[in-house]
Design a protein around this ligand. Structure first.
Ligand code: ADP
Length: 638
């Protein structure tokens, strides 16, 4: 008990304590690693925020530059519009849904068509008007041609000549941007032919015209006012059955609304300064549009920067990927302009508008979660592995030590048992020898009896020493078996006969039962005889009450079987395997102070196994035991 407690203390000291220490160390390391990772993420974010702000500032400076030069091709997602006092003069870059004012310049004066209109509305048939209009449709000025073609189509339609009406619209379409009645000729041609198809209920043709019109509106093909854009959009919606505006359209509507606001402001302003620059944010359609402007009394240039531009800004994109951050922009009121500044503040680096001189506040948000970094996990795994190794190693060492302790204890028991075995016959022999030497034995009969006892005791000692020497040789692996074919009946009969002589002196009977005609076994006579002797000796030794032992020899399968049965103490199930190990003695035999050294069955097992056989026991405490030896017959032994 004391020893196992010491062992436990040793185990705790050598294994548990280092494992706990290791765990603590690991935890500290992981904590430090996390703090380091957080700090790194913070540095990355700060760096990204600075770079992002610089990239935005650069992009805006470039756009500012464009206001002065108005290049033909601008930056992606930026619209440039040049206004004159009459309306839009030029526009480049991303198309707006509509424009605040379209200039009516270039339209022919209404007097050009006064004569034909008088013909159309005053004469009974359209023939006269059609002839006159056909002439006008040959004019050099595309604007005059456009006006003539619109009217021609109307007259053809009135006279029921649909193919010609459609032809007029087709021709009108080729005039594209030429403005007729304030609208582009191309748009009028599409609308006109679609209306014709609608009236004729030609659904397929109507849809194809409406789709062309819709595509043009989406691409910002035409320079339209808010009203004409809205009207055309409504028409396509009716013809195509489309739902509300999509995100792209809303982007373009927002740009248009911002341009309109800038235009109105410019219109309303008294313009004292020759050149004014402006930068402001306009909210429309739930979107924020940055309007950069450069104005003079006769010219307004605006650059409109909407969400698509910010989303597609290449510098921000590459920073996102390289620094593991996401960017968000908010306006002065905290409304999200680009992305959303979501997540805890501890994972954001903020650059305010006042610090950067940008029109927005920039948020750089870490996208990686520093706490779950791969390195931390690896460290944890390594520490867990080490802890498992330490604990596993400790357990194995502990087990090996406790086994050694058990063996040492068994050996000490063995030495005590051997000494005891020796002492009993030696004491008897000493006492008898003393009596004989001092001539204190009265009769001759008694003297002979004493000599007999002396012989018996010396025989017992001889056998004991012989057995121990054999065990020693066996342990050292020095036993040499001399195998020969043996008749198992003869061998067993001889052993039983010899043992009977011994046993009969203490009143024990051995009953032998054997089958006839058993095959020979290949065995070492002396060793096998020792096995049976040991089994018989144990059966007698551990049967204090029943003085009969039964031995049975029979053939089984390809070999023979020997049962040695007694009705003695029996062996509990928990000990039945253990007793075949060296030095192990049963608890009952020790309690009953039955002498023994604990090596007999270990030797028996080694010998039987060397013969290719098996030894086993079946037993119940208080009822007795049956030891069984199985041996293969000679012809089946290799
Ligand atoms: P020993 O008899 O010298 O103690 P053995 O190796 O022959 O050593 O036997 C080991 C143990 O097995 C014994 O101590 C005893 O507890 C148990 N044992 C062996 N044979 C019998 C038996 N026939 N009946 C009850 N117990 C037995």
């Amino acid at each position: 008990m004391l020893r196992s407690r010491r062992l436990f203390v040793l185990f705790v000291a050598t294994t548990l304590a280092p494992a706990i220490g290791l765990g603590w160390l690991g935890w500290r390391l992981v904590e430090q690693d996390r703090a380091l990772e957080k700090q790194r993420a913070q540095e990355r974010r700060d760096h990204a925020a600075d770079l992002g702000a610089a990239a935005l500032e650069r992009a805006l400076a470039e756009i500012d530059e464009m206001l002065a030069t108005v290049p033909d091709s601008g930056r992606q997602g930026v619209s440039l519009v040049v206004f004159g006092p009459q309306g839009v003069l030029r526009h480049t870059g991303a198309a707006l849904a509509f424009y605040p004012a379209t200039s009516a310049a270039g339209e022919p004066s209404p007097s050009v068509f006064a004569a034909v209109e008088a013909l159309e509305f005053q004469s009974p048939g359209p023939t006269g008007a059609i002839r006159a209009l056909n002439e006008l449709a040959q004019a050099k000025d595309p604007a005059v041609r456009g006006g003539a073609l619109v009217r021609l189509a109307r007259n053809y339609r009135k006279s029921g000549d649909i193919p010609r009406a459609l032809g007029a619209f087709r021709e009108l379409g080729t005039l594209a941007d030429t403005r007729v009645n304030g609208l582009p000729a191309g748009l009028l041609a599409l609308q006109g032919s679609a209306l014709l198809f609608e009236a004729l209920n030609k659904q397929e043709d109507l849809r194809s015209q409406a789709s062309l019109l819709d595509a043009d509106l989406r691409n910002g093909r035409w320079l339209l006012t808010r009203a004409s854009y809205g009207f055309a959009k409504e028409q396509t919606r009716r013809w195509l059955g489309r739902a509300a505006a999509d995100p792209d359209e809303r982007d373009r509507l927002a740009l248009a609304a911002a341009a309109e606001a800038a235009w109105k402001e410019w219109q309303a302003a008294i313009r004292p300064e020759p050149h004014t620059r402006g930068r402001r944010t306009v909210w429309a359609e739930d979107r924020s549009v940055l309007v950069l402007s450069r104005s003079s009394p006769d010219r307004l240039v605006v650059a409109l920067v909407g969400p698509p531009f910010l989303q597609s800004l290449a510098e921000l994109r590459s920073l996102r990927a390289a620094q593991h951050v996401d960017f968000a922009l908010t306006d002065a009121e905290g409304r999200p302009v680009l992305g959303r500044p979501e997540g805890p503040v501890s994972r954001q680096s903020v650059r305010t508008a006042s610090a950067t001189r940008l029109p927005w506040t920039l948020h750089a948000i870490s996208t990686t979660n520093g706490e779950g970094s791969g390195r931390s996990r690896l460290l944890l795994a390594a520490i867990a592995l080490m802890a498992v190794l330490v604990l596993g190693g400790g357990y194995l060492v502990n087990r090996a030590i406790s086994r050694e302790i058990t063996v040492a204890r068994l050996q000490a028991d063995f030495v005590a048992a051997v000494s005891h075995e020796f002492r009993t016959p030696l004491t008897t022999m000493r006492q008898l020898s003393e009596l004989l030497v001092h001539d204190r034995v009265s009769t001759e009969d008694r003297r002979r009896q004493f000599y007999q006892v002396l012989l018996q005791e010396s025989d017992r000692l001889h056998r004991l020493v012989d057995g121990l020497l054999n065990f020693g040789r066996m342990e050292a692996g020095e036993i040499q078996y001399r195998f020969e074919p043996l008749d198992p009946s003869i061998l067993l009969r001889e052993v039983v006969a010899e043992f009977r002589q011994e046993a009969s002196k203490t009143g024990y009977a051995i009953e032998l039962q054997e089958s006839s005609g058993l095959p020979p076994v290949r065995a070492d006579r002396e060793s096998l005889a020792r096995v049976f002797w040991n089994l018989l000796d144990n059966a007698v030794k551990y049967s204090p009450d029943c003085h009969t032992v039964w031995v049975e020899l029979a053939g089984v399968g390809k070999g023979i079987r020997v049962h040695v049965r007694d009705r003695g103490l029996g062996i509990p199930a928990g000990e039945q395997k253990e007793i075949f190990r060296k030095f192990v003695r049963g608890a009952a035999s020790r309690a009953a102070a039955i002498q023994g050294t604990g090596v007999g069955l270990a030797m028996a097992r080694q010998i039987v196994e060397a013969h290719g056989g098996e030894i086993s026991v079946e037993s119940k405490p208080g009822e007795g035991s049956v030891f069984t030896v199985l041996l293969p017959c000679a012809e089946h032994t290799v």
